[in-house]
Design a protein around this ligand. Structure first.
Ligand SMILES: [Zn+2]
Length: 260
């Protein structure tokens, strides 16, 4: 097992990378990023994500449907979804959850899709990547109905109390570049509240570039800014955060070190 960074959430097949995702993966791997989980947000992206992961030993992937696609599901989506999950590079279901940031999406469709994916995760005993935006209470209420399912609350945007609650329930909390933003007091308090054993780091690239690179197209080589910020918040060393978040990512995605 290598000793560098594990970026637990990236989208290297995003169109913002203009087809340069593979080159960038090689670049960041040469620059301290040992492992990446490339995340799917619909069936097509999940398929692309698997293809991408197959090309690199150190890239894993997830299969999931983001809440914004909840009202436009293909009739046989579930069949495809289940067959994609059989690929051995797949380490999680997600990103899936609830997103109320745009009003024109049906909440009922979002609930149904979220519950369906949690149910599949429960049956297959596979980790889950939660996307929750402007929907903290409903997200928690649904997750509580699936106590067997564990995973990560990606790009955590709740307060310290909610972070503690998820940590107690056995979930990991994912920190992106948001924790470095000047107005991110709530996220800083959340990072302070929970134990390092429950933290993972992620870019969500191409989005969420950390300070001082905020606004640029993000990639995994920017993660040291996130790790350093967490080290400052927790008053521990950069190396300690690096090691803990990497080990946490391995247990989050149930990857055995001898496999990589
Ligand atoms: Zn994402």
């Amino acid at each position: 097992m290598k000793k560098g960074i594990f970026d637990t959430h990236a989208h290297y097949n995003d169109k913002k990378f203009e087809g340069e995702g593979e080159k960038l993966i090689s670049f960041v791997h040469e620059n301290g990023v040992d492992y990446i989980c490339n995340v799917g947000a619909n069936i097509k992206e999940s398929m692309e994500s698997i293809e991408l992961a197959k090309k690199f030993d150190y890239v894993f992937c997830s299969v999931g449907i983001h809440p914004f696609y909840a009202s436009e599901l293909e009739e046989n989506w579930e069949e495809k979804f289940l067959s994609l999950l059989k690929n051995d590079k797949v380490v999680a279901i997600g990103e899936a959850g609830l997103d109320y940031s745009q009003e024109d999406f049906s909440k009922k469709d979002q609930f149904n899709l979220f519950e369906k994916q949690l149910d599949i995760a429960k049956t297959l005993d596979i980790p889950f990547i939660v996307h929750s935006r402007d929907a903290q209470d409903d997200t928690l209420a649904i997750i509580k109905n699936f106590p067997e399912v564990k995973g990560v609350i990606h790009c955590f945007s709740g307060d310290d109390k909610l972070a503690e609650k998820y940590a107690q329930m056995g979930w990991y909390i994912g920190f992106t570049g948001v924790v470095t933003f000047k107005n991110a007091k709530k996220t800083v308090r959340a990072a302070l509240a929970i134990d390092e054993d429950k933290m993972v780091v992620e870019t969500d690239c191409p989005y969420m570039a950390p300070e001082p690179l905020r606004g640029s197209v993000c990639n995994s080589s920017m993660i040291p800014h996130i790790i350093q910020k967490i080290a400052d918040i927790k008053n521990i060393s950069y190396e300690e955060v690096l090691e803990k978040t990497r080990n946490n990512a391995f247990s989050l995605y149930k990857i055995k070190s001898k496999e990589v």
